[in-house]
Design a protein around this ligand. Sequence first.
Ligand SMILES: O=P(O)(O)OC[C@H]1O[C@](O)(COP(=O)(O)O)[C@@H](O)[C@@H]1O
Ligand SMILES: [Mg+2]
Ligand SMILES: [Mg+2]
Length: 347
Amino acid sequence: MNNPTLEAFLASHERQAHDGDVLATVAALASAALAINKAIRSGSLGSAFGGTNATVNADGDTQRHLDLYADQIFLDAMRRAPVRCVASEERIAPVALDPESRIAVAIDPLDGSSNIDVNVSIGTIFSLLPATGAPGIDPAAFFLQPGSSQLAAGFFVYGPQLVLVLTLGHGTHAFVLSPELGTFVQTHESVAVAERTQEFAINASNYRHWEEAVRLYVDDCLKGEEGPRGKNFNMRWIASLVADVYRILMRGGVFLYPGDSRAGYASGRLRLVYEANPIAMLVEQAGGRATNALCSILDIVPTGLHQRVPFVFGSAREVERVARYHTEPSAIAERSPLFGNRGLFRA
Ligand SMILES: O=P(O)(O)OC[C@H]1O[C@](O)(COP(=O)(O)O)[C@@H](O)[C@@H]1O
Ligand SMILES: [Mg+2]
Ligand SMILES: [Mg+2]
C-alpha cells in the first residue's frame, strides 16, 4: 500500500498549520485504540469482557467489563496527551487533566456494548473541543459548546478490520490498520456520502412507540415500488452506531434513532456530546446531513453532558425528506390512497 500512514497524514496536516495539540491528541487516541483492539482480539471477549459489572453508568446503562476497560485505557492515553479534561459516557463528571492544555475530549469509549457478547462490530467515538479560559473554570463547561465548535472528531470500529474515520474540519478521511505496518493506513482521502439512497436503518421493534411522522416515513419506504416513493428500500440495523455510520459513509443510507413514547426515550437513546456531535461532524464533512429530525445537530447547544438527542443522519436528500415528514404534516394528511401525483414524497 502506498497510501500515507496516519502518522504521515497528521504530519502533513501539521505543515498545513493545523493545531499540533489536536494532532497529538488524535495520535494518542489511535494508539489507545490499538491496545483495545489487541485486547478484543485476544479471544477473551465472552468471559473477561462481555460479562456485566454490577455497575451502571451516568445514564443508567449497565456497564460491561469492556466498557470500563476501554474507558481506563483512553483516560490513561489522554493523560499522556496535551488534554485539559476528558468526559466519558462511563463517568458522571469530566476528569480534569493538564490545566495548561487547550483541548477537551469527549468520548464514548465502547460503542455498541450490546454486541460485545455476540462478536459483532463495536467501536469508540471521540470529539475534540477547544478548552481555553481561566484555570479555575469548571471543566464541565467545555462540553456544553455546540457541535459546530468541534476541532476534530472521529471513531474507530473494532470489526473485521480495525478502522478509523477522522475529520479535522476539512473533509472526512478513512484509515485501516495495516497488520504488516502495525499502524493505520489511509484508505479514503475524502469520503463522500451518496446524496440519495434506498437503504434505511432504524430499530423497527420500537414502531408502536414512534410518533406518526416517523411511522409514515418508514411505512412509505416499506411500500417500495408500489408505494409513494416508487422504489424498493433495503433495511439494516447493526445496533452499533459506529458500524451503521461506517456503512452509510461508504454506500449511503439514512439512520434514525428518533424520540419515542417509552419511559426515558423522549429524546431517543443516543447522547449529543459524545455520540451525535462527532458523528454529525463526520457525516457533514462528507457531504451528508445530520439533524434531530428538524434542525442541524451541530447547532444544538448542550445543556448537560449526558443529554440524549433524536438523531437522523446520512444521505442529504433522505435526511431532508425525513424532516419534511415532520414539518409538513398537511402534505402527509393529503396522502392519496393511490399515491397520486404527490411531488413531495415521490422518489
Ligand atoms: O439497542 P437499541 O435500542 O437498538 O440501540 C442501539 C444503539 O445504542 C448504542 O449501542 C448506544 O451506544 P452504547 O453501546 O455506547 O451505549 C448505539 O451504538 C446503537 O446505535
Ligand atoms: Mg455509544
Ligand atoms: Mg458506550
